[in-house]
Write a protein that binds this ligand. Sequence first.
Ligand SMILES: Nc1ncnc2c1ncn2[C@@H]1O[C@H](COP(=O)(O)OP(=O)(O)OP(=O)(O)OP(=O)(O)OC[C@H]2O[C@@H](n3cnc4c(N)ncnc43)[C@H](O)[C@@H]2O)[C@@H](O)[C@H]1O
Length: 146
Amino acid sequence: MTQKLAAGLIIYRKLAESIEYLLLQTSYSENHWTPPKGHLDEGEDYLTAAVRETEEEAGLKEDLDYTFLSKTFSIECNYVIKGKEPKKVLYWIAKMLNPNTEIKLSHEHINYKWLKLSDACEITKYDEMKCVLNRADTFIINNMKN
Ligand SMILES: Nc1ncnc2c1ncn2[C@@H]1O[C@H](COP(=O)(O)OP(=O)(O)OP(=O)(O)OP(=O)(O)OC[C@H]2O[C@@H](n3cnc4c(N)ncnc43)[C@H](O)[C@@H]2O)[C@@H](O)[C@H]1O
């Protein structure tokens, strides 16, 4: 079976005492929570798709610090949808330049939340997603300058 390919961004914001991650709740399926992400358009590379989908789904583009994108660090997430369709998602990490910038949802999502790592892991029911969030958190802490 053909593998579905998708890409997205793990977006975080730094507050005085904590780091929070942006998760969006889908308006379809099980209304699951996911970072902004989506399928690759024909001929599109993963990174371009990640940035495009984030703008489409959260209204964020110029509002992000993309420093970590240039470090070629990405996190691969593999799973099988409903036991049938294999899917590979590549995530990059981006930081909110202003933690209070408004999130503008598209019709694909009904809600969003900024969550600390433990809460983000709790709300996403999938182990693969928890693993991605934990790896992102470790990378951010190890590479954070301010
Ligand atoms: N059921 C549905 N009804 C109506 N429209 C739908 C639909 N599913 C998708 N769409 C449409 O497809 C578009 C989304 O396309 P895109 O926006 O391009 O792609 P995506 O975020 O990768 O899609 P999706 O939300 O389906 O992916 P995920 O892997 O998280 O999730 C895909 C499935 O895998 C499950 N899943 C997520 N992570 C998993 C994991 N780690 N293990 C097992 N299953 C997992 C999710 O619960 C979900 O069921 C939307 O416009 C929407 O309208």
